[in-house]
Design a protein around this ligand. Structure first.
Ligand code: SF4
Length: 415
């Protein structure tokens, strides 16, 4: 994904009462490629998770569970010990994951063969309810939200480089031809945890691949352990007390289109934040784990778009803009911080309103055009895409724009 693994149920489900709504994943889909948006949100074509996506789901689940453990015990060993039980839980709950490896399929019997009825693509993340807010610890107040969290003691690492001043805000992005999002400020990776040797499309060292995917369950779980090592190279969870994990945020913004229907005049924004940190004085930091094997540069603009989406929703819902938007690249063992300004969020809100207008127009005209890019390499729908010689399915007969499925914690190739 994003070409994220979307997944929408193929089976007919009760039509939801329509109202304008956007999640960051679907908004990013439309920006990336209108036809991709159509396949996922209008046609709701199923997408089978790849091992890469499943690994992202697993690592996100482990990192969420890790903060259930008392802070002093959040060690790499305890985190690695969560991998097997979390994978077993995910496989038991999600039939599409059980089909990835024969060892899992053998233990999950009749649920392992389901494919078309798989949850929608976004549903690859854990569906657990957000954990209750934790109490701030002294450690949190010692580390400003804008600064990298010191790394766990057992792993010798170089001191993180202080984050640079906020990057100048980019001009509003036109919907038709988005401009690249301003680059975030990278934080130096610790020297003792060198970035993975894997480059574009190349596997993790030591993991045998088949068609780009781990061959077996053991290799898959080993690659998840490697990502967790990357996490501990950039953060020390013993010093953190997240305010929220897998946190659903929602707000409504005015579409300003003069609609007589009050529900249609407001755009519902909603999405899941991997982690929300809060300082004692109320400053917020949005944290997004990036676990994908896809080249980071291919997805960074999309990742920042999603973070700005969360920042806007938090600002509108709480009246406080996050001080830091943080991307944690577990494979590259790198942190990228971005400092949003309120003026930028106001412009971003206008961008979303324009984006929704473009979606409505495309829906009314049944005109979702392909927009080929390097991200096509992670798209599950090339066989149906005219840019690759395919033919889309007939446009679904619906009277109004399709309501987005309820968002789930989003995890994808770039997630
Ligand atoms: S293959 Fe590329 S152009 Fe075609 S639908 Fe997928 S992302 Fe869009």
């Amino acid at each position: 994904m994003t070409v994220e693994a979307t997944a929408a149920p193929e089976v007919a489900e009760p039509e939801q009462a329509w109202r304008p709504s956007l999640s960051p994943s679907r908004a990013a889909d439309f920006k990336t490629c209108p036809l991709l948006y159509r396949f996922r949100t209008v046609d709701r074509l199923p997408e089978r998770p790849t091992p890469d996506q499943a690994r992202g789901t697993l690592v996100h689940a482990v990192l969420e569970r890790l903060f259930d453990i008392p802070a002093p015990e959040r060690t790499p060993e305890r985190a690695r010990a969560l991998i097997e039980p979390e994978w077993a839980r995910l496989v038991a709950e999600r039939a599409e994951l059980a089909g990835l490896f024969s060892a899992d399929a053998a233990t999950t019997s009749d649920t392992a063969t389901t494919t078309d009825a798989a949850p929608t693509a976004d549903a690859l993340g854990t569906a657990d309810a957000p954990a209750p807010a934790d109490t701030q610890t002294p450690a949190d107040t010692q580390a400003p939200l804008g600064a990298p969290t010191p790394v766990a003691a057992p792993t010798p690492v170089a001191a993180p480089t202080p984050v640079a001043a906020p990057t100048p805000v980019a001009a509003p992005t036109p919907v038709a031809a988005p401009t690249p999002v301003a680059a975030p400020t990278p934080v130096a990776a610790p020297a003792a945890e060198a970035p993975s040797a894997a480059g574009e499309g190349t596997p993790d060292p030591g993991v045998e691949l088949l068609d780009g995917n781990p061959v077996d369950r053991d290799a898959f779980l080993a690659s998840a352990r490697e990502l967790l090592s990357g996490y501990f190279a950039v953060e020390d969870p013993r010093r953190l007390s997240p305010a929220e994990r897998e946190y659903l945020v929602t707000t409504e913004i005015d579409l300003g289109d003069g609609s007589a229907d009050p529900a249609a005049a407001r755009l519902l924004l909603r999405g899941y934040i991997d982690r929300l940190d809060a300082s004692a004085d109320g400053e917020l930091r949005v944290v997004d784990y990036k676990t994908g094997g896809a080249p980071r540069e291919a997805f960074e603009a999309r990742a920042l778009f999603q973070l700005k989406f969360y920042a806007l929703v938090l600002w509108r819902a709480r009246g406080v803009a996050p001080r830091v938007l943080r991307l944690l690249y577990l494979k590259d063992t790198e942190i990228c911080d971005y400092h949003p300004e309120v003026d930028e969020l106001i412009r971003f809100e206008r961008t979303l309103v324009a984006l929704w207008s473009a979606i409505e127009k495309a829906t009314a005209q049944r005109d979702f055009r392909p927009k080929p890019s390097r991200l096509c390499g992670w798209c599950s729908h090339q066989a149906r895409c005219p840019a690759y010689g395919g033919t889309p399915p007939p446009f679904p007969e619906r009277a109004a724009p399709v309501a987005e499925p309820e968002p789930q914690p989003a995890i994808g190739v770039d997630g």
